[in-house]
Design a protein around this ligand. Structure first.
Ligand code: MN
Length: 512
């Protein structure tokens, strides 16, 4: 018998996993989510959500990668691209993975639970989120931004209130009478420093201004939950000033792949799915409206779904129908295909219509956009969905018309890119101003919150040094912290090998 091929699977943030994979295995791909549900058969230990997450993600990652039978590849670097498609796993393969994962990872991780201690959970029993006051919403948001999370029951009641609010809104919001002070925010993708920067730039919601967020709250970043809950709380506290649209990541297949499900499992453990949190949040995603129109602009996440797109066709989709589409990755009906296009399409420098490399939606040229804008008496199509170097970008369609992209995550992804983030200030005439920001604008203090990578309130030396190294890469030379070791030694005077996050924060507040 041929000995099994040993592959070392490396995945971002996960330990290497050595797996004997049968060379006779057919090429298979699988989603981490489906791997997770399959490996439940021999259940992972419940004690450690981190282990569960790691085992499942690693199992998924192994399977996602097409295993090349023709050579015994020693190292496989997992890369995932948006729009990759995943098929049903072989159960035996998943079982093998689960067995290995149990041996090498799960047992190792049994001792370490990453479910945050209960003092990191915020519980609001009996709160009616449908009528939450702005003051109370801001207090909860401040707590979320300082490392707390809502407990499961509170998160469920927030989600239920949000679904009720969004289902009362039409699929295309009518903001034609909403005044001249409209702010459009693009993808925030789970970045807490960028969310804070965006909120600073948006300013007060008390003065009659309107905030439209064009989707992609979750995935990529490490704080999708905090970002999404912040916007939900703002929506519920300011129902007639804040409008949230659905992005292509607000889709329970996509965000199971790109980080949000993993994050929930880390924060809520095994109860994420069993306890209904996942379903509740999937419902919120599906209830979101899809577009907003002003006198002169249409705001949506992706773009035009077809060359002959009529806005009336999107308006004709009622809340109950859109709510039935938890994912758009398997669009079959005309309504699903229309929504898929709205959420996934991109403008292109090539005229006409072409296939979209993402695997969903289309690419449309300025000629197609111009025709759409002319037919609807509009000046701009305003959309998010793509990171652009300056944070916003205009595709000029001529005659004062165009497609404007706005993306509100700087240095995307993971603080590693070079792009600025931006928001747009827009009036009913269609005049707009783009305000951009960089990641390093998000203050160094905010960045310290990232040091506590296992969210237990304590920062170990290794976490600190790794965090500072990562942070330094995003900062200009003069702002870099060069004596990280010394700083750590000063703060860890009792040589315990860990320092609480508040100590760091206070130290840097004093020294800045
Ligand atoms: Mn997107």
């Amino acid at each position: 018998m041929q000995s099994p091929v040993k592959s070392v699977i490396k995945m971002r943030g996960l330990p290497s996993l050595h797996l004997p994979l049968s060379p006779n295995s057919p090429q298979r791909t699988i989603s981490a989510r489906r791997a997770l549900s399959s490996v439940r058969a021999p259940p992972f230990p419940r004690e450690s959500s981190w282990a569960l997450k790691t085992g499942a993600a690693a199992a998924g990652a192994c399977c996602i990668y097409a295993i090349d039978q023709s050579h015994s590849q020693e190292q496989v670097n997992i890369t995932r691209t948006e729009g990759s498609f995943l098929q049903q796993p072989s159960f035996s393969l998943v079982q093998d993975l689960a067995q290995e994962a149990k041996k090498s990872l799960i047992q190792r991780c049994m001792t370490k639970s990453c479910v945050p201690a209960s003092n990191h959970h915020l519980s609001y029993k009996g709160i009616n989120f449908r009528s939450i006051s702005p003051q109370r919403a801001h207090r909860i948001i401040a707590a979320l931004h300082s490392g707390k999370i809502l407990d499961g029951a509170t998160l469920m009641s927030l989600s239920n209130a949000a679904v009720e609010a969004f289902k009362s809104e039409p699929t295309v919001l009518d903001l034609r009478k909403a005044g001249d002070n409209i702010t459009v925010v693009g993808d925030v993708h789970g970045s807490l420093p960028c969310l804070k920067k965006v909120m600073d730039l948006v300013g007060s919601l008390e003065d009659g201004g309107i905030l439209v967020v064009a989707g992609d709250y979750v995935d990529r970043g490490e704080h999708s939950l905090e970002v999404f809950c912040t916007f939900l709380l703002l929506k519920l506290a300011y129902p007639n000033s804040v409008y949230l649209l659905r992005g292509n990541h607000e889709d329970n297949e996509i965000c199971a792949e790109y980080g949000f499900l993993d994050e929930l499992q880390e924060k809520y453990g095994y109860e994420t799915e069993g306890g209904g949190i996942w379903e509740a949040l999937s419902d919120v995603f599906a209830s979101l409206p899809l577009a907003a129109k002003t006198e002169t602009s249409l705001i949506l996440h992706g773009g035009l779904p077809s060359a002959d797109f009529q806005l009336a066709d999107l308006e004709a989709i009622d809340a109950e129908t859109r709510f039935s589409f938890k994912t758009l990755t398997d669009a079959r009906t005309p309504a699903e295909k229309l929504i898929e296009g709205v959420l996934w399409s991109d403008p292109s420098s090539h005229d006409g219509i072409s296939p979209n490399e993402r695997g969903y939606g289309i690419e449309f040229g300025s000629d197609i956009a111009k025709d759409f804008l002319d037919r609807h008496g509009l000046k701009y199509l305003i959309r998010a969905h793509e990171h652009v170097e300056q944070g916003s970008q205009l595709l000029d369609c001529g005659e004062g018309k165009g497609v404007v992209t706005v993306f509100s995550t700087a240095n995307y992804p993971f603080g590693e890119g070079t792009n600025a983030g931006a928001i747009l200030k827009l009036d009913q005439k269609g005049d707009y101003e783009s305000i951009s920001f960089s990641y390093s604008d998000a203050s160094i203090l905010d960045a310290f919150r990232y040091l506590d990578t296992d969210s237990n309130g304590m920062v170990a030396r290794s976490e600190f040094l790794a965090g500072i190294e990562k942070l330094n890469q995003t900062l200009p030379e003069e702002k870099r912290l060069k004596n990280a070791e010394e700083v750590y030694n000063i703060l860890d005077q009792r040589k315990q090998g860990q320092v609480d996050l508040d100590t760091f924060t206070q130290f840097f507040q004093r020294s800045i």
